[in-house]
Design a protein. Structure first.
Length: 318
C-alpha cells in the first residue's frame, strides 16, 4: 500500500509452485513454447486451453523476455483499495462485485460522448496478449500476461477535439459491492489521468483479461489500464468513465499525498520515494535469491517512452 513501507519477506511465502493449479502450470509450459516460437510465428491465434477463455493473438513484440508470474501470484497479491488495504483483501473480498452488466461514460472534449454498453465498447477490438512488467510504487514487481487492446484504438473512436490535452479515468464506486469504500483511505471514487500523448502511446493498454481468461474482479474487471512504464497506481481498475480535458485532471494518490505521488509517476530508480528507495525492487515469486533486483528506468521501456518526456525535469515532474 502506497502510504506504508512494503512488507518484507513476502517472497518467502510464495514458494507456490506446488499451489499453482495444473491448468496454469500447463499454460506456463505453453508460454515457454510460445516464447520459442514467437520469433517465427508472430500473431498466431491462440485460444485459452479450457475453451472458456478469450480468443486473442500473441503480440511477440511485448514478451518482456521474462517468465510471467504464476496465476496464483497475480490474482492473490493485489492492490485494490476499494476492497481493503491488505494484499489479500481484493481476492478475498471482491466476490460480490458484479462486472456485468457494465457501461462506460465518455465525456468532455470529444465529438462522440455518451454512455456506451461494455459490449459496444469492446466489439471492434481484436484482443492480443502482451507480457508486461508491472512495478508498484511500493517497490515490488511482477510480470503479467495481459489480454486486451491498445488504449489509443479505444480513445480514437470518440474523436477527441484539439482541446483534449489530457484524459481522466474513474473507477466504479459501489459501496454494497466494494467493502473498502467504507474506509476513507482515499477520496472515492479512485481517479487517474494521463497526458493525451501518453494515453495514445502504443504501450498504453486496456486489459480485459490475463492468462487468457477474463480479468478476475481483484485485478480490475471488466476493464482496466496497464501502463507498464509507470508505477502501478496509474493503472486504474474497473473503469466506469473516461473524460477528455483541456487541463491536468486530479489523481487519487497525488491528491492524498502530493509530496509522495506525482502526476507522472514514471518508474525512476534515480528518484526515491520520500520514505523508501526506488533503486531496487522485489520480484514477487522469484524466491529468496532471485527476488531483489535493480529497478530499470521507465521499468525497462525507456527506448519506447523516454521521448515523451524530452526536456522535462523528471525530479520535479515525478
Ligand atoms: N485501481 C483502483 N481503482 N484502486 C486501487 O487501489 N491500486 C493500484 C492499481 N490500480 C488501485 C488501482 C496499484 S497501487 C497497483 S500496484 C495496481 O493497481 C495493482 O494491480 P494488480 O493488483 O492487478 O497487480
Amino acid at each position: 500500500m502506497p502510504t506504508t513501507r512494503p512488507r518484507s519477506g513476502h517472497s518467502a511465502r510464495i514458494a507456490s509452485s506446488e499451489l499453482t493449479p495444473q491448468s496454469v502450470w500447463l499454460r506456463r509450459r505453453e508460454f515457454v513454447l510460445a516464447g520459442l516460437a514467437a520469433g517465427l510465428l508472430p500473431g498466431v491465434l491462440r485460444a485459452a486451453p479450457d475453451g472458456a477463455g478469450l480468443s486473442y493473438t500473441r503480440n511477440a513484440r511485448y514478451g518482456a523476455g521474462e517468465t510471467p508470474n504464476s496465476y496464483e501470484d497475480i490474482t492473490t497479491y493485489n492492490n485494490f483499495y476499494e476492497f481493503g488495504t491488505g494484499k489479500e483483501d481484493p481476492a478475498r473480498r471482491a466476490g460480490r462485485f458484479r462486472p456485468a452488466p457494465w457501461s462506460l461514460r465518455i465525456e468532455g472534449e470529444a465529438d462522440r460522448t455518451g454512455v456506451f454498453a461494455l459490449e459496444d465498447i469492446l466489439r471492434p477490438h481484436p484482443l492480443e496478449e502482451r507480457v508486461y512488467r508491472l512495478r508498484c510504487v511500493e517497490a515490488w514487481s511482477m510480470v503479467v500476461p495481459w489480454v486486451g487492446f491498445p488504449l489509443a484504438d479505444l480513445l480514437r473512436r470518440f474523436a477527441p477535439t484539439s482541446r483534449a490535452k489530457y484524459v481522466a479515468f474513474t473507477t466504479a464506486a459501489i459501496p454494497e459491492q466494494m467493502p473498502g469504500l467504507a474506509y476513507r483511505v482515499l477520496d472515492w471514487p479512485y481517479v487517474e489521468g494521463l497526458r493525451i500523448d501518453e494515453a495514445m502511446h502504443p504501450l498504453a493498454f486496456v486489459a480485459t483479461g490475463l492468462y487468457g481468461q477474463p480479468l478476475p474482479n481483484q485485478n480490475g474487471a471488466p476493464l482496466r489500464l496497464v501502463l507498464p512504464w509507470k508505477y502501478g497506481f496509474k493503472s486504474i481498475k474497473s473503469i466506469v468513465a473516461i473524460r477528455f480535458t483541456a487541463t491536468q485532471p486530479p489523481t487519487s494518490w497525488n491528491r492524498a499525498a502530493p509530496r509522495e505521488y506525482g502526476f507522472y509517476a514514471n518508474v525512476n530508480p534515480a528518484v526515491d520515494h520520500p520514505r523508501w528507495s526506488q533503486a531496487r525492487e522485489r520480484r514477487i515469486g522469484a524466491g529468496v535469491f532471485g527476488a531483489r533486483r535493480p529497478t530499470l528506468a521507465f521499468n525497462g521501456y525507456a527506448e519506447e517512452v523516454a521521448s515523451l518526456y524530452a526536456g522535462m525535469d523528471l525530479r520535479r515532474h515525478f
